[in-house]
Design a protein around this ligand. Structure first.
Ligand code: CUA
Length: 181
């Protein structure tokens, strides 16, 4: 068999270069498309919190959990993920309005997604996970833990109740709960 000439080798190398460039370009375009069109982005919020004291002081104490309309009409929901439950088990949010979800955990790494939406984040001890989103579909959406966190992992889930904006009626303190309806 005749040995490849330098020309043949160069041709093969250029062919592989073109193929790899095409694959990387396709992957980059898919990432940009997912980010711009479907609003699926890597988390950018870096905020630390002491997992040992988050239930004692600050925004994740029991009385602060759940949905609240804050100054500037900002709807914020705070949720603590623990082994093996979410506190609260159900949050109510208005449709077609920007909602901020804030999560923290006192124990191990959890992860959540809200079915049928772009909400998907890890919840890591020591950090506050924050997601801004607009829910367009009303109804009870399932929010399961999607990171194996121990024996009760499969029982760990919560409900996101998306109600039409005119049915979203926070109390005088700005709070809205699933029980109130
Ligand atoms: Cu929490 Cu799995």
């Amino acid at each position: 068999m005749r040995a490849d000439t330098e020309q043949d080798i160069l041709k093969t190398e250029l062919w592989w270069t073109a193929l790899v460039t095409a694959i990387i370009t396709a992957i980059m375009l898919a990432i940009i498309y997912a980010g711009l069109i479907h609003h699926i982005n890597p988390p950018s919020n870096i905020e630390t919190i002491d997992p040992k004291t988050l239930h004692l002081t600050g925004e994740f104490t029991e009385g602060n959990l759940g949905t609240r309309v804050e100054p500037g009409d900002q709807v914020t929901s705070r949720i603590v993920a623990t082994q093996f439950a979410f506190q609260p088990q159900c949050i109510v949010v208005p449709a077609n309005r920007t909602v901020t979800l804030r999560f923290a955990t006192p124990d191990v790494i959890h992860g959540i997604l809200v079915t049928g939406t772009n909400v998907n984040t890890m919840i890591i001890p020591g950090y506050v996970s924050q997601v801004h989103t607009v829910f367009t579909r009303t109804g009870d959406l399932l929010m399961p833990c999607h990171e194996f966190c121990g024996l009760g992992h499969s029982q760990m889930w919560a409900t996101v109740r998306v109600v039409p904006e005119d049915e979203f009626k926070p109390g005088p303190d700005g709070r809205a709960t699933c029980d109130a309806r």
